[in-house]
Design a protein around this ligand. Structure first.
Ligand SMILES: Nc1ncnc2c1ncn2[C@@H]1O[C@H](COP(=O)(O)OP(=O)(O)OP(=O)(O)O)[C@@H](O)[C@H]1O
Ligand SMILES: [Mg+2]
Length: 522
């Protein structure tokens, strides 16, 4: 290794190179995903990999972690060429990855997922269940996750699943850890725990690669930065030598437009109203997930809903969208008429659309084409003489594909092959193609790059000006404040505060979202 050499290169002060990608190229049908990419990752340091949606970040990491081989180039570990047939082999060699899209098996337990393929075994070769559970408990403790290891993964929240993935990677004593947008579903506390884990791994000399679209995370953990654009490295530097503007400019390859400026809102008539809307939980525990919510939405208005994880944000949107009809009570009035939705089909017929949070579970049919996914919710528009016309399908969704600059090779490309951020954009296109009057958006910019985010904000604004009413749920406070004409704050299923745009300061909104016990006396 480098540290043992007699002559120490200047860069040796930065730590030994653990893993290096040299001249990596990868072509998918219709897409040159990577072209001559070099990446050097050193012991005890964290390399952030930045780039717009579709830049090639996940592809490069998948190659490092043995998901698929590169077309050109080599991977070196400790100066030796390596090639892994699959992620299990890479893990055995000390390279762990937490994938952008969750990869746990829902109907296995947490413990089984943690040690899949490397279960502790007794002398007779059988799985040693007692050790499996003990080691699982220890692994979960490291990420501060208080769940029973025998729980089925399907019963965990997405954020908890993400923590299980992280626990799985670090329990394997990896020397290289790749984290592909690890915080996209984590709560504030969970993010802090992850930072703690990262600092501990750095102290132990682990080399880390970290992909994120959230710049504020970099200051907490980042040492080095590599920026990809259209499959090529356009910059690599020490984090402290780069400004945020420089990074954004490199990512985009152009001067980016000034910050998003919301257009002043002119409210129209009321389009949606609830009185005492409640949703009862299905299991044990808290009785109401949504508790006596009364709200009003006007045409042309964007109502932002803020709350901490578990506050009932997603559940509120689901109740409005006709999901769980047997557990919903209270009044719902759409365009002046009292309604009761027995299913989402009723809600869609009334002009409501919901773009959900968990794109893999509810939003998209991954093996189907972009065009088919995007028109799924508006099939009647694409139907002609009883069958789906592909030409019509494309004509409805095509404009949105352009509008959001969704990076696809063709409309017939399978969604599963799109980058994560581009999948998110397809979800938006799908629901906009239904031409709704009321649009419910749950975390609409999760996994979306900075520049595309601004485009989506501007588009939300444009939809509002065209007369739609929008309810936007987001866990990013700056996003809620930027987008909303009015902000509702939820805590434990209840509305604890409502602010007009001008009064919605970060302090006030956060204060209303926090549980009583953690409030600062004022
Ligand atoms: N299996 C595949 N088949 C075809 N094209 C693919 C496949 N995987 C990735 N691509 C394409 O390669 C390009 C790079 O994708 P990649 O997932 O690496 O982007 P990314 O930088 O991770 O983006 P994001 O920030 O949205 O996650 C994209 O254009 C994507 O559509
Ligand atoms: Mg990605």
């Amino acid at each position: 290794m480098g540290g043992g050499k007699a002559v120490i290169a200047p860069s040796a002060a930065l730590g030994d190179v653990v893993i290096e990608a040299i001249g990596i190229g990868k072509t998918f049908p219709g897409t040159r995903a990577l072209d001559g990419v070099n990446l050097t990752v050193r012991a005890g340091r964290l390399m952030a990999l930045l780039g717009e949606n579709g830049a090639g970040k996940s592809t490069l990491m998948n190659i490092l972690a043995g998901v698929f081989p590169p077309d050109e180039g080599t991977i070196q570990m400790d100066g030796q060429s390596v090639r892994f047939a699959n992620p299990q082999r890479a893990l055995a060699a000390g390279i762990g990855i937490v994938f952008q899209e969750l990869s746990l098996i829902p109907y296995l337990s947490v413990a089984e997922n943690l040690f899949l393929g490397r279960e502790p075994r007794s002398a007779s070769g059988l799985i040693d269940t007692r050790r499996l559970l003990a080691e699982s408990t220890a692994a979960l403790q490291r990420v501060d996750l208080a769940v029973d290891p025998t729980t089925l993964v399907a019963d965990l929240r997405i954020g908890q699943q993400q923590l299980v993935e992280i626990a799985r990677a670090i329990s394997a004593h990896v020397r290289v850890l790749i984290l592909d947008e690890p915080t996209s579903s984590l709560s504030g506390h969970e993010v802090e725990v992850l930072y703690g884990v990262i600092r501990e791994l750095k102290r132990r000399g682990v080399a880390l690669v970290y992909i994120t679209h959230k710049f504020e995370e970099l200051a907490a953990v980042c040492d080095d930065v590599t920026i990809l654009r259209d499959g090529r490295v356009v910059g690599t530097a020490l984090f402290r030598d780069l400004t945020r503007d420089a990074m954004v400019r490199l990512m985009a390859g152009r001067d980016t437009t000034e910050l998003y400026q919301k257009v002043a809102f002119t409210p129209g008539e009321e389009i949606l109203r609830t009185r005492g809307l409640s949703l009862t939980g299905s299991g044990v525990g808290r009785r109401f997930l949504v508790d006596q919510v009364s709200l009003s939405l006007r045409r042309g208005e964007v109502v932002g809903v803020f709350g901490l994880v578990g506050a009932g944000r997603t559940e509120l949107l689901e109740a409005l969208f006709g999901l769980h009809p047997d557990r919903v009570t209270g009044e719902l009035v759409v365009e002046g008429r009292a309604v009761r939705f027995e299913s989402p089909a009723d809600a869609i017929a009334a002009g409501i659309a919901l773009a959900p949070e968990d794109r893999k579970r509810d939003g998209l049919v991954l093996p189907m084409s972009v065009a088919a996914n995007a028109s799924l919710a508006s099939l009647d528009r694409a139907l002609r003489a009883g069958f789906v016309s592909e030409r019509r399908e494309s004509s409805y969704v095509g404009p949105y594909i352009d509008r959001f600059r969704i990076k696809i090779a063709s409309l017939n490309q399978r969604v599963v092959d799109l980058s994560g951020g581009n999948q998110q954009k397809v979800i938006l296109a799908k629901w906009l193609a239904t031409a709704p009057k009321i649009l419910l958006l749950d975390e609409p910019t999760r996994g979306i790059d900075v520049n595309a985010k601004r485009e989506i904000y501007a588009f939300i604004d444009e939809l509002a000006r065209a007369g739609l009413g929008l309810i936007v749920v987001s866990s990013e406070l700056p996003e809620v404040l930027a987008l909303s004409d009015r902000v509702l704050v939820l805590r434990e299923g209840r509305v604890t505060a409502e602010f007009a745009r001008a009064d919605a300061t970060p302090e006030r909104v956060l204060h209303a979202a926090l549980p009583d016990s953690s409030r600062v006396a004022s």
